[in-house]
Design a protein around this ligand. Structure first.
Ligand code: HPA
Ligand code: ZN
Length: 315
């Protein structure tokens, strides 16, 4: 089954580049940049990847991202991810990056972007993987700080297809970013947002009505609101669902409780994604495999999920 799932042509639409930083590369970059790490070795770090909620993960994820310093580091990070995509027949990617995680540490915006962009370009030319980059704002920071980030990005407007919204969801509703998303859309950028991962269905309504997003990232808590589910079906708004992430962060206690196949059968345009594969135990194929093992996903359902990912591309 793994080989069959692996061979399906797929797109990945919910992937944080910083979350694809494998412990081995993290240690290699720390050595290259002469950074002391609080973990003795790769194994010790891997053992720390046990989370009870989103925030516990984010604390480690931001700490890990500190080893990314140079253009080459961002290139190597992105290139390693694209090679995984190649191995799993992921033919199109729309990855996120979090500029504020880096600019707030004094890494220039241009250093981050240039490294990522060069790898994406090589990915297209050498691996045949098409891509569109999404600039994501950190929602635990202010809207004013998001505006500053957008200003830094606009000279490179053509490098992006969309803006996104990630980090700590509870207490940071989409409404907090209504104006900065309006500005981004006025520049011709599309919009997506994390909503309904830990946050309530109300955050999904806000993402749709206030931020005017083309897709919802996660969105699994939509299941609590029948009117919202009906809207997602009527308007065929894609949800970028991340099964292994959801079980690792205890959004669902175990895979047997995940609602992705129920949503699929109801007619919601759900897709399968890895979110932060280095931290959650797998890339796209492993996420499909987990649905097979934990929920008894059929081949027909897998084909529909893969087709949805191709249909839900922004570019
Ligand atoms: N949710 C919110 N923020 C994130 C995530 C996520 O799953 N991954 C990286 N940043
Ligand atoms: Zn995410």
């Amino acid at each position: 089954m793994y080989d069959w799932l692996n061979a399906l042509p797929k797109a990945e639409l919910h992937l944080h580049l910083e979350g694809s930083l494998e412990p081995e590369l993290l240690f290699a970059l720390a050595a290259r940049n002469q950074i002391a790490l609080p973990w003795a070795d790769v194994e010790t770090l891997r053992k720390a990847y046990a989370f009870n909620n989103l925030q516990e993960f984010l604390d480690l994820y931001y700490q890990g991202a500190d080893v990314l310093r140079t253009e080459q580091d961002f290139y190597d990070l992105t290139w390693a991810y694209l090679q995984k995509c190649k191995a799993q027949n992921v033919i199109h990617v729309e990855p996120f990056f979090d500029p504020q995680t880096h600019t707030d540490r004094g890494i220039p915006f241009e250093v981050v972007l240039t490294g990522i962009q060069q790898a994406l370009k090589d990915g297209q030319q050498q691996l045949g993987i098409s891509s569109g980059l999404i600039l994501s704002f950190l929602r635990h920071l202010s809207e004013e700080e998001a505006f500053k980030t957008l200003e830094q990005a606009l000279p490179f407007r053509d490098a992006f297809i969309a803006v996104g919204l990630d980090s700590s969801e509870l207490g940071h509703p989409p409404s907090k970013f209504e104006r900065v998303f309006a500005k981004a859309r006025s520049e011709g950028l599309l919009a997506v947002a994390h909503a309904g991962e830990e946050g309530p269905p109300e955050y999904i309504w806000q993402a749709l009505d206030l931020l005017k997003v083309s897709r919802i990232d996660h969105g699994v808590r939509a299941a609590e609101d029948p009117r919202l589910i009906q809207r997602l079906i009527d308007e065929q708004i894609p949800l970028t669902v991340c099964p292994l992430s959801n079980t690792k962060l205890k959004v669902f206690e175990h895979m047997g409780q995940h609602n992705i196949l129920k949503l699929l059968e109801m007619g919601v345009k759900v897709t399968v994604n890895s979110d932060d594969p280095a931290y959650f135990g797998g890339y796209v194929t492993e996420n499909f495999m987990a649905l097979h093992d934990g929920l008894g996903m059929s081949r027909e359902q897998a084909q529909k999920l893969a087709q949805n990912s191709l249909d839900a591309r922004l570019c």
